[in-house]
Design a protein around this ligand. Structure first.
Ligand SMILES: NC(=O)c1ccc[n+]([C@@H]2O[C@H](COP(=O)([O-])OP(=O)(O)OC[C@H]3O[C@@H](n4cnc5c(N)ncnc54)[C@H](OP(=O)(O)O)[C@@H]3O)[C@@H](O)[C@H]2O)c1
Length: 194
């Protein structure tokens, strides 16, 4: 049987729901756990296209040397990527990326074709994942919740989504520093007002 192609928001968050500090630092995140202890290795092997907003992309641009030292490439993804921005951004050399602006539906149609039988990864940030959710296109959230609070920062998912829309389908402890939670988005459910 053919497994369903999914659109997944896979990210790490602080315990109080922030994916980065207010000035886009991720330094708090790295000591909490190793990505290889999460479902990432299996997850990424099933990803055929990915999307990110400009702040996430610009973090990659700023940290290209660090990323290259760790992964061997300034741009670590082999899958085609859609970068959402209303501005003209610096291109990372050799990266398989295209810049898009506006409705997620249009980019989604292109991503779907590119991903073929694989999944679509919404890398972040939270509002971009929210835009896919608003359009009825988000199927799963896979969230590593870190044992740290930030007080303020960039939000995990700035939407009001009430029970029973999100269904917890997996829980995995990653030592003392993180827990990975998997949620399915139940499309027939009720969504709260903004
Ligand atoms: N904890 C983690 O695992 C994790 C994962 C991913 C990201 N992050 C971090 O979290 C932070 C996320 O930043 P963020 O919340 O600001 O989100 P973001 O999605 O990375 O960037 C938001 C910006 O993207 C552009 N954008 C979004 N939707 C658009 C659309 N439909 N059309 C055109 N442009 C659009 C807009 O900027 P412009 O139009 O001005 O370009 C918007 O201000 C970054 O620091 C990133 O490094 C952390």
């Amino acid at each position: 049987m053919h497994t369903k192609i999914k659109t997944q928001y896979f990210t790490a968050t602080s315990l109080d729901g922030f994916i980065a500090t207010e000035n886009d630092s991720l330094d708090w995140l790295f000591p909490l756990g190793d990505l290889n202890d999460s479902s990432y290795p299996e997850f990424i092997s099933d990803v055929g296209a990915l999307a990110m907003g400009s702040a996430t992309y610009e973090w990659m641009v700023r940290n290209a040397k660090k990323v290259a030292a760790e992964t061997g490439f300034a741009w670590p993804y082999t899958q085609p990527a859609w970068i959402f921005s209303s501005r003209k951004l610096t291109m990372i050399e050799g990266a398989n990326i295209r810049f898009v602006n506006g409705d997620v539906d249009h980019a989604y149609a292109q991503m779907r074709v590119a991903a073929s039988t694989k999944n679509i990864w919404i890398v972040g940030g939270g509002d971009l994942a929210g835009q896919f959710y608003d359009a009825g296109l988000l199927d799963e959230l896979i969230i590593q919740v870190g044992s740290a609070t930030l007080g303020k920062g960039k939000p995990l998912f700035p939407r009001r989504v009430l029970s029973p829309v999100l269904r917890l389908v997996s829980v995995h402890q990653m030592g003392a520093g993180m827990a990975e939670l998997g949620y399915e988005v139940h499309k027939g459910g009720v969504s709260g007002a903004a």
